[in-house]
Design a protein around this ligand. Structure first.
Ligand SMILES: [Zn+2]
Ligand SMILES: [Zn+2]
Length: 339
């Protein structure tokens, strides 16, 4: 496919889309029903439908009886870790294999023309972004994801959370499922903004940001504090009346959905002219510029409201640079006052 029909490449070879990032159309007035319908189809398929299908598969095929989950034991919890790890290996590993190892579509639609494997760096374990990211995912983040999952299931099994049946509350639970990606975005924004404070950034979040040019394995490359807080989004379902399948769905939006921001390509080429939207650009810009786009695609546009939204346009770039300049001026003034 010709990616230059959809964007432009600079002299470093980095590609950027020509269309700026847009907030979901329900934020614009007057309403645009056709745009909302198109957005709705993309909201549901394929990513969120996949996360829901995975939640149902876990509930019916992976998890033991509720009676077993009343007690935490190595048997079912280790099995759960093994399934989470295997699922991540297949999902992230296949995207990595096709687009980063075999490089099936070269650098078409790729935001950063370089591939991490070609650039060893001392910031990573064994000087390799891939090895570092894989080890952190499987040794730190997926175990902590499983800890959150076990805690959540154990609470539901013991009646410590309000468990609503699907047959009794179909409308409420459907609405909650619909809102789950929005809950994710708000939770992620708050946690993420907090770990960008200077102290927590140095201690915690810098680990994730070592991958300036992220690949799928970067998605869950996190410090343990971040890995726990990130997946703890599922624990909101212990606070609001919910259902364990919805809590699993919420957890999968975090665990499996983390890959979206780190695919590194705007579109994945499928057969012929058809492509799969990665939804990676907003978070790619976060990895590039650090202090923009703390949230996601703007389902709940906290970045827009708080002035940290970068839509990829020249104006967005100018707004960001102006904000950075004001911040530098403030810091310099403070330093001068302290001297
Ligand atoms: Zn990231
Ligand atoms: Zn960050």
């Amino acid at each position: 496919m010709d990616d230059l029909k959809y964007g432009a490449r600079d002299k470093r070879g980095d590609w950027a889309p020509s269309a700026r990032l847009e907030l979901p159309p329900y934020w614009t007035w007057p309403p645009r029903p056709m745009a909302i319908l198109k957005w709705l189809a993309e909201y549901l398929f394929p990513w969120n439908a996949f996360h829901m299908a995975a939640a149902l598969a876990y509930w019916y095929l992976v998890l033991p009886d509720v009676a077993v989950m009343r007690t935490v034991s190595w048997g079912w919890t280790l099995r759960l870790y093994a399934v989470n790890a295997a699922a991540i290996l297949v999902l992230y590993g296949s995207i990595e294999l096709i687009y980063y190892a075999k490089r099936k579509q070269g650098t078409r639609f790729k935001f950063n023309a370089r591939f991490p494997a070609d650039h060893p760096s001392n910031v990573f374990w064994f000087k390799s972004q891939n090895i570092d990211n894989v080890l952190r995912s499987f040794l730190i983040s997926i175990p902590l994801w499983t800890v959150v999952e076990v805690l959540m299931l154990w609470c539901f099994a013991n009646g410590y959370a309000r468990w609503l049946g699907v047959a009794d509350h179909p409308v409420y639970l459907a609405a909650l499922a619909f809102a789950a990606p929005m809950i994710h975005e708000v939770h992620f924004f708050v946690v993420h903004r907090a770990i960008h404070s200077p102290l927590l950034y140095r201690w915690v979040h810098s680990v994730h940001h070592n991958s300036i040019n992220p690949s799928p394995w970067s998605s869950l490359s996190m410090h343990p504090v971040e890995a726990f807080l990130y997946h703890a989004v599922a624990l909101w379902h212990l606070v609001i009346p919910s259902n364990p399948i919805l809590a699993l769905f919420q957890l999968h939006i975090a665990g499996f959905g983390a890959v979206n921001g780190h695919i590194g390509f705007d579109k994945l080429e499928l057969a012929g002219e058809s492509t799969l939207e990665s939804h990676a650009y907003a978070h790619y810009l976060h990895h590039k510029y650090f202090e923009v786009n703390y949230g996601g695609d703007g389902l709940v546009p906290l970045d827009k409201w708080l002035g940290t939204w970068h839509d990829g346009s020249k104006e967005g770039e100018a707004r960001m640079n102006e904000r950075f300049r004001r911040k530098r001026d403030r810091l310099n003034a403070r330093r001068r006052a302290a001297a």
